[in-house]
Each structure stands twice: as C-alpha cells, then as structure tokens.
Ligand binder design. Structure first.
Ligand code: HEC
Ligand code: HEC
Length: 269
C-alpha cells in the first residue's frame, strides 16, 4: 500500500514535470530595474496592441500582434518570437536594405495591423524590441543575410499553390472555423475578424494564400491545429477571396518628422 502510494506520488511528480516543461515560459528571468519594466511593457503591447493606449493610435484594425504571434509570440510554432532577435539586423528583399528588429516590428504595424508606422526609437518600438530580444536571451546571434526571418519562422507547406480550391475551403471554414470567427468572417468577442475592413490588409504576409496556409497549419483551429496541408491551402484561399483593405505604402507612413525620435527621455542633454 505504501509502495503504491509512493509510486503514485512519483507519477504525479513526473506528470507535473512534463506539464511544466511543455509550458512556453521563457527560462531567463526578467532583467532588473527599468529594463525589466520595459520588457514587461513590450509583452503587454504585443498582447494588447489594438487596445493599449500607447499602441492603439498606430493600429488600424482589430488585431493584436498576438492575434498571429500566438501566446504573445511565446508559442513555439505559430509566429514564434523565441530566438527571433538573433536573426537581426537582416537583409530584407522587400525593402532592399538591411533592416533592424525595430524596423521589422514597425513594418508589421503598417501591414498586418493596417495602421501607421510608429516612430523609430519611440516608446512602443523600443518596448516591443526589448521584449522580443529578451525572448532570445538564451541564444547566440545569427544574423540572417537573405531574409528577415528568425530560426523559428514558419516553413512553407509542400503543397502546390496552384491546387488551392476556395470552394473546398468554404466547407472547411464552415466546419472548423465559423464557430469562432463567425460565418461572415467578422469574428466575435476575442476571436478576431479574418476578412473585411477590420482585418489585415493586402500588404500583409497572410494576404498571400500560401503564407496564410503555412501559418494556419501550425495555428488553427486554435488549441488543436489539425488541418491537412490541402485543407490549410483551400481554407486560406477561401479566406483571402474576400475583400480586405488595400495597401498603399504612402497611406501607412507617418509624416517625415514622425518617422523617428531621438531615443532619450530628456532630449535636452
Ligand atoms: C495578421 C497576422 C499578423 C499580425 C497581426 C502581426 N504579424 Fe508579425 N508576422 C506575421 C507573419 C505571417 C510573419 C512571418 C512572415 C514571413 O515568414 O515572411 C510575421 C513576422 C514578424 C516578425 C519577424 C519574425 C522572424 O522570424 O524574424 C516580427 C518581428 C513580427 N512579425 C512582429 C510583429 C509585431 C510586433 C506585430 C504587432 C505590431 C505583428 N508582428 C503583427 C503575421 C502577423
Ligand atoms: C476556438 C476558437 C477558434 C477556432 C475554432 C478558430 N480560430 Fe482562428 N483565431 C482564434 C483566436 C482567439 C485568434 C487570435 C489569437 C489570440 O488572440 O490568441 C485567431 C486568429 C486567427 C487568424 C489571424 C488573425 C486574424 O483574425 O486574421 C486567422 C487568419 C484565423 N484565426 C483563421 C482561422 C481558421 C481558418 C480557422 C479554421 C481552420 C480558425 N481560425 C479556427 C480563435 C479560433
């Protein structure tokens, strides 16, 4: 009797260890002092981008960074930020320049969040970069010379993009997605809109069906991503067959004077 109780205790301890290990909490402690506060602010802004008073003015839809970078970027698969900062500065074919992590973050405001680029060196930009860098604190720098993507970037699916069938995708959507995102795609409560005025714009990565498919494969349905490659591609094509905001870069860049800030609390010294 005592042995089996001990064995049961042992099993429970192992189960707790496994559950604990599968959590995605970063292992490194928050840095002390103001840096730790800023890392924490950055996490809040990533999770509550569309509603937090500091970031809200720069967001033009209903999405938070965490709507696609699941669990505030701490999910190991769906748009993970674990290790991301090690890849920057990186060469970006889109901008034709070497860009920094801050640039990469700010560009997501213009496209995925259909908003306006916050000032470089401003509070929002620095806090988000601090948070994302903190999530890479346990890894060596490995700057990416070919694209702005970290080690955990989502891999393309092995299915031919030309085989996408939005009509088959309509059925997948009705069966696996509409409960949360609503039949009209406008979402409900914490489930964000997947098309229309309040969703990502045509300039966003997810506006490309193959990229959306690769993300869906590891992200949706939330908590139990189980789509086949073909289902992911078909439902991606269905979602992206609907209207969403157009993207013209000049509508998303602030006036030149607001593009950057001298990065100091007191600009007089
Ligand atoms: C609509 C979904 C969506 C939203 C919202 C979104 N992103 Fe992204 N983001 C993506 C996708 C998809 C990629 C990957 C693109 C690729 O692989 O080329 C990405 C890439 C990134 C990367 C580069 C990751 C890497 O591996 O190097 C960073 C950093 C990033 N996003 C930050 C943000 C921040 C900060 C916000 C909020 C201001 C945000 N994103 C909002 C979809 C989104
Ligand atoms: C249980 C509810 C649920 C189900 C089912 C679900 N989603 Fe989501 N989806 C969410 C939530 C919640 C988010 C935002 C993530 C967050 O905030 O943590 C999201 C985010 C998204 C996004 C990125 C943000 C946006 O609104 O564009 C897309 C695209 C998406 N889901 C598509 C799908 C598709 C396609 C399916 C079906 C295969 C699906 N979802 C099934 C709850 C769900």
């Amino acid at each position: 009797m005592r042995t089996s109780a001990a064995a049961l205790g042992g099993l429970i301890a192992i189960a707790i260890a496994i559950l604990g290990a599968s959590k995605t909490e970063p292992e490194q402690a928050l840095p002390p002092g103001p840096l730790g506060d800023v890392v924490r602010l950055g996490e809040k802004l990533v999770r509550e981008t569309a509603t937090h008073p500091l970031s809200k003015p720069y967001v033009g839809n209903a999405l938070n960074c965490g709507s696609c970078h699941l669990d505030g970027g701490q999910d190991p698969k769906a748009g993970t930020f674990l290790g991301t900062a090690t890849a920057y500065p990186a060469y970006s074919p889109r901008e034709g320049r070497v860009i920094t992590l801050e640039d990469r973050i700010l560009n997501c405001f213009m496209r995925s969040c259909n908003g306006v680029r916050p000032p470089l060196g401003g509070e929002v930009s620095v806090a988000m970069a601090a948070y994302i860098t903190w999530l890479s604190g346990d890894r060596p720098v490995a700057m990416n010379p070919s694209r702005p993507a970290g080690p955990g970037a989502i891999k393309p699916l092995g299915v031919d993009a030309a085989s996408a069938d939005p009509e088959r995708g309509r059925a997948v959507y009705a069966e696996k997605c509409a409960d949360c995102h609503a039949a009209n795609g406008q979402g409900r409560k914490a489930n964000p809109p997947v098309w229309g005025d309040r969703s990502y714009n045509q300039g966003a990565g997810l506006a490309q069906a193959p990229q959306l498919a690769a993300w869906l494969k590891v992200a949706m349905p939330l908590d139990d991503p189980d789509l086949t490659d073909q289902e992911a591609l078909d439902v991606a094509a269905f979602i992206n067959s609907h209207d969403r905001p157009a993207f013209r870069l000049e509508d998303h860049l602030p006036p030149p004077a607001k593009l950057g800030e001298y990065n100091a609390a007191d600009a007089s010294r």
